[in-house]
Ligand binder design. Structure first.
Ligand code: SF4
Length: 234
């Protein structure tokens, strides 16, 4: 009874709690635990998930990160299947693309549609984008500072879509993505590695309109793309 009374006094309760805490500490020390977290143990840093295509496009609105913004009518973001297995990447918008805000329209776009049809793909099954999103004046090639300014948006698009195959259309796209100055004539015809994604360089449809004799080379390249595409689907 005396014990019970003494246990009920505030001093005795405090001493009892201290004893329990000491016993817990001794127990955990014996297990090799050197400290006790105040809350729960820290979680590993969260891996940042890719932005959605809508969010990337939203971030591009009104972009003035390079001088190409001065002459544009529309930013040409990209179009197609947001879950595409195959992404095709060109150099930059031309006149018709700038006017309509869509990639690969006009004669080169029609040829690209036929090239895709030849390997049994519709445009809405793939995703189509460009290295730069605004039209270079007089259809000149994008300059290095313009490519550098716009590069992160394409990278974000690819992180979001996570394609299995990329087809780089033309020297600018192929050399930019592969970080090389090797001519497109030497790059095309075989797959390269782009951060774990199979990348096939080939000629740009606009080049083929001027050099139709090279269509057979693009046909060869696109047959390899078709084979790789079918392997992914298996
Ligand atoms: Fe911005 Fe790209 Fe257009 Fe330059 S090309 S203004 S970086 S969207």
């Amino acid at each position: 009874m005396a014990h019970t009374e003494s246990c009920n006094t505030p001093g005795a309760q405090f001493f009892h709690i201290l004893t329990q805490v000491r016993d817990y500490m001794t127990f955990y020390e014996s297990l090799g635990v050197n400290g006790i977290f105040r809350d729960s143990p820290p979680s590993p840093p969260a891996t940042s998930s890719p932005l959605s295509l809508d969010k990337i496009q939203e971030n591009l609105q009104g972009c003035q990160r390079c001088k190409l913004h001065t002459g544009r009518t529309h930013i040409v973001f990209g179009a197609g299947n947001p879950h595409a297995t195959l992404v095709l990447i060109g150099e930059g918008p031309g006149y018709h693309e700038d006017q309509q805000g869509k990639p690969f329209v006009g004669a080169a776009g029609e040829l690209l549609t036929r090239i895709l049809a030849a390997i049994s793909l519709q445009r809405d099954e793939v995703y189509i984008a460009n290295i730069v999103k605004c039209r270079p004046p007089n259809n000149r090639h994008p300059e290095p500072d313009e490519i550098a300014a716009c590069e992160s948006f394409l990278r974000q698009q690819l992180e979001c879509i996570q394609p299995k195959i990329i087809c780089a259309l033309g020297a600018c796209a192929a050399q930019t993505l592969l970080q090389t100055t090797t001519p497109i004539s030497q790059l095309r015809g075989r797959f390269h590695d782009y951060h774990g994604i199979r990348l096939m360089p080939t000629y740009h449809p606009a080049y083929l309109l001027r050099n139709p004799q090279d269509k057979r080379l693009v046909w060869h390249d696109m047959q390899l793309v078709q084979q790789a595409y079918q392997e992914v689907l298996r």
